[in-house]
Design a protein around this ligand. Structure first.
Ligand code: PXP
Length: 240
């Protein structure tokens, strides 16, 4: 399983003082040296953490791959087409939310999402849709030619009790299996950490995880190298 690091909250910390440090680009470059498979950033419409400067510098400097999380809105689509990340992950975005709070409703917004995928494909950018582990949403994603789905793991990571955790993991597993059958790539993310990853890696159909908060939080205590390498070791312990 590949592990891509989301560095949004390095920028949150930087922006808290309105100065230059800590720099999310430097952090991403360090993490690359320790072996991550890619860098993820969410360029939000309100620019609360990552800035356009960060995205453009990352594009220039990183040597793995750039996954740009974004809302399907004109301004950001234009930036994406210009910057050309390897992957654009479409997410729903609400101004009031603390973080992305749920998956995209592909079925209800199929025309607009389909049009956005076409625009990004024209710029030679692969597209991932961040969705719940829901078979109908996955079918819709395949129908409009998404390349990848990213399964929202929020419900799994918040499940309490052995039975609920098992059920949610099973829901993710079935969704991943279904997506694979349709020829989609399968990523996953949201709230994954060093504990819940231990069971998560048992799902062989997950190609890649996108993790931010847990790794950045651990890095504050044990340092970037240890925090990043521990998560890489977990992701690579997946049995295929
Ligand atoms: N994937 C998506 C689509 C997200 O929006 C986020 C949160 O920014 C993540 C993954 C990473 O979540 P976390 O920071 O909880 O690891």
């Amino acid at each position: 399983m590949r592990f891509c690091l989301n560095v949004d909250h390095v920028a949150t910390l930087r922006n808290a003082r309105g100065e230059a440090q800590p720099d999310p680009v430097t952090f991403a470059l360090m993490a690359e040296q320790f072996g991550i498979d890619g860098v993820v950033v969410h360029l939000r419409e309100d620019r609360r953490h990552i800035s356009e400067r960060d995205v453009r510098l990352l594009r220039e400097l990183i040597t793995t791959k750039l996954d740009l999380e974004m809302a399907a809105v004109d301004e950001i689509i234009e930036i994406a087409c210009d910057v050309q990340p390897e992957l654009a992950t479409l997410v729903p975005e609400k101004r009031q939310e603390l973080t992305t709070e749920g998956g995209l409703n592909v079925i209800d917004n199929i025309k607009h999402i389909s049009y956005t995928i076409e625009r990004l494909h024209d710029a030679e950018i692969s597209v991932s849709l961040f969705i719940e582990p829901d078979i109908n949403q996955i079918d819709a994603a395949a129908e409009i030619k998404a390349d990848i789905i990213e399964i929202h793991t929020g419900i799994y990571v918040n499940a309490v009790g052995e039975e609920n955790i098992f059920d949610e993991l099973e829901r993710v597993r079935l969704a991943a299996k279904h997506a694979k059958k349709l020829g989609l790539g399968v990523n996953a993310g949201h709230g994954l950490d060093y504990n819940n990853m231990k069971e998560f890696i048992a799902i062989p159909e997950i190609d890649e995880v996108s993790i931010g908060h847990a790794v950045l939080a651990r890095a504050l205590f044990v340092g970037v190298e240890q925090a990043v390498k521990e998560m890489i070791a977990l992701a690579k312990s997946q049995s295929k």
